[in-house]
Design a protein around this ligand. Structure first.
Ligand code: ADP
Ligand code: MG
Length: 614
């Protein structure tokens, strides 16, 4: 609520601004701040939330500007509002069309592709003379009007612009707090893990670009009507570069930051006019200083200074010693979990995951070679073997990240062949990663909520309309996440940002995120890596607990004592081929395995673990 109060106060303060007797020039600068603020809010959706670099936003801005300018100017000019809407829709559609092929790319490839798009648009504005009038540009663009009232002075335009900006900011702040905003930030922090947690990554990224482009189009339309004249040279890479600076200085991933960034970039030259000679130098140094000293931007800095600004349930922070206590509380915690604990797991003797003659080739290397594997429901199945023997590759194929080169994998009677990562997760097969892949800037609770799976009743529309159903959705997700966090012993740490937590806790958060989906099967890729013996002990406890609550487990692990203690069945790989399979007892005694992998000494030591178990 504080947030709305602040918006209202800010709006009020800004509304009286025109009566302060500011020279018209400054009101115009404020109007430009509004237009470019809107534009950087739009870039922030792609960059700050979804984590994708777009260097083509000047293009979307231009599409909006030209659409609105061409349709409203001249004698047959249409009314402002339909053209304003059309500018957004058209830019949004182009955004989706650009996003579909380019968002498969990452990092600098994506940057290059979008840079190319921006340049193509500029060339189009310049050379499609019949429509855009080329270098002459489009002039005589009428002022926007509503029912005869024209926003034809800077002061009048100010209200229109402010209204549009606040409406968009309200939607962004609702989105920011919604599960959709969370999913988008999950994609930004760890795309692969977001997919494996059931987030439709393609939809998220393309949707974000579409919405972002649409808002850029609206900003373009406002720009055209504010200036009454547009020409192609505005929509160049220089503009995009300025926009990037606005978002970074304002604070990527914050709701209001980009507007502050726009204000900073537009007003800084005014402040610096005192020195004509060194103006550029001071401007550049100022930007560098802001990036150095306010890495989270103005918005991030304000958020840290005034935490009340970002509304949310606040719980008392957890003290450092409590972190350890919380994780060590596993025994207690794990006894009081998940509703299905008291129900005996359904006896289901058949195989849940079946690999038939699966191979995977990387160039000349056969990482997995003609592998047949059956994981029975309700068991803990271990996949072991030396480094590079194809274990992670198999998990990557089973989770839909890699395609099989030949053969097939079935989960619960369905072939996974063409499934995308999030489809596999949707069908109840989830995984953790060998190298932790958490959403590192999100809290423990947010990480786990991304993994949780409920039918969202409110939907995105509900979020934007501020419906009750979408708040209910968040509550259900939160409850589900709570069960999973309790299971993994990380409930007390739920408000901590995960990157600040110790390694063991992070491993447990990954498990909690996977459990939150209420899966039928979990694949754990080296969950004990980096854990000390005590921590590994707690892990054993949890893996047994997973089986108890009816979740089938496939575990890849190098810690042999751990494997011997939890596994019902073990498959051994070497150079991608299965070299042995059987009970822990069989495997420990298999001379082939002892030679290829275990060695005699370890094999003798494992004897104790196997006999302790029986
Ligand atoms: P493990 O998990 O058993 O240690 P991996 O499945 O990660 O082994 O790797 C098996 C083999 O496949 C290794 O030789 C590895 O270098 C190779 N490999 C895995 N992923 C790729 C990839 N994306 N591109 C090329 N080679 C790969
Ligand atoms: Mg591996």
């Amino acid at each position: 609520m504080t947030r709305y109060l602040l918006i209202a106060l800010a709006a009020l303060a800004i509304c009286v601004l025109p009566w302060l007797g500011l020279p018209d020039y400054y009101v115009r600068l404020i109007n430009l701040t509004i237009v470019f603020g809107l534009l950087s809010v739009s870039l922030n959706i792609v960059m700050g939330y979804a984590g994708q670099i777009s260097l083509g936003h000047a293009g979307f801005f231009g599409i909006g500007a030209y659409t609105s300018a061409l349709l409203t100017s001249g004698s047959s000019g249409l009314a402002f509002w339909p053209c304003f809407g059309l500018a957004g829709v058209l830019a949004g559609l182009v955004g989706v069309c650009v996003g579909l092929p380019t968002l498969r790319l990452r990092g600098h490839y994506l940057a290059l592709a979008t840079l190319g798009f921006g340049e193509i648009m500029r060339q189009l504005f310049l050379n499609w003379r019949a429509v855009t009038h080329g270098m002459d540009g489009v002039g005589n663009i009428p002022a926007p009007s509503v029912g005869g009232f024209a926003f034809d002075t800077n002061e009048r335009f100010f209200y229109l612009g402010l209204g549009v900006l606040l409406a968009v900011l309200l939607q962004v702040s609702r989105f920011d707090k919604s599960i959709f905003g969370l999913k988008l930030r999950a994609i930004r922090d760890a795309e692969l893990a977001a997919g494996a947690s059931g987030v439709n990554v393609t939809l998220g990224k393309v949707g974000a670009l579409g919405v972002s482009a649409a808002i850029a189009g609206l900003a373009g339309s406002l720009y055209a009507h504010l200036l009454a004249y547009i020409s192609p040279d505005v929509f160049s890479f220089d503009l995009t570069a300025q926009l990037l600076a606005m978002v970074v200085i304002g604070g990527a991933g914050t709701v209001f930051g980009p507007v502050l960034g726009a204000a900073a970039i537009i007003f800084m030259p005014e402040v610096l006019r005192v020195s004509d000679v060194y103006y550029q130098l001071i401007f550049g140094a100022g930007i560098v200083a802001m990036i150095l000293f306010l890495p989270m931007g103005l918005g991030g800095w304000l958020r840290d200074r005034f935490p009340g600004l970002s509304a949310g349930r606040s719980r008392p922070p957890v003290a450092e010693p409590a972190i350890v206590a919380s994780v060590q509380g596993i025994e207690r915690a794990s006894l009081s979990i998940v509703p299905s604990v008291d129900e005996p797991p359904k006896p289901c003797p058949g195989p849940l995951l079946v690999a038939r003659s699966v191979s995977r080739q990387f160039g000349g290397l056969k990482a997995v070679d003609d592998l047949n594997l059956e994981v029975r429901a309700g068991t803990v199945h271990a996949l072991i073997g030396p480094n590079g023997s194809g274990k992670s590759t198999f998990i990557n194929m089973a989770s839909g990240i890699y395609r099989v080169s030949s053969g097939s994998i079935e989960f619960d009677g369905r072939t996974i062949a063409q499934d995308r990562v999030w489809d596999v997760a949707d069908h109840g097969l989830v995984r953790t990663f060998q190298n932790l892949r958490l959403f590192s800037s999100l809290t423990v609770e947010q990480n786990v909520m991304v993994g949780a799976n409920v039918d969202l009743r409110g939907g995105l529309g509900g979020v934007l309309l501020g419906g009750k159903a979408s708040q209910a959705d968040v509550d259900v997700l939160r409850d589900q996440a709570e069960l999973a966090m309790r299971f993994a012993g990380v409930l007390d740490l739920r408000d901590r940002v995960v990157k600040t937590l110790p390694h063991e806790v992070q491993r447990m958060v990954e498990i909690a995120r996977a459990v939150a989906r209420r899966p039928r099967m979990i694949m754990l890729d080296e969950p004990a890596a980096g854990l000390n013996p005590n921590e590994a002990e707690r892990l054993v406890e949890r893996i047994r607990r997973l089986r108890q609550i009816g979740i089938t487990v496939l575990i890849v692990e190098h810690n042999m004592p751990l494997v011997m203690r939890v596994a019902d069945r073990i498959t051994v790989l070497n150079f991608g081929r299965k070299i042995a399979e059987g009970s822990p007892q069989d495997i420990r005694n298999d001379p082939f395995v002892v030679e290829a992998y275990l060695g005699k000494k370890l094999s003798r030591r494992l004897e104790q673990h196997v006999s302790a178990r029986n």
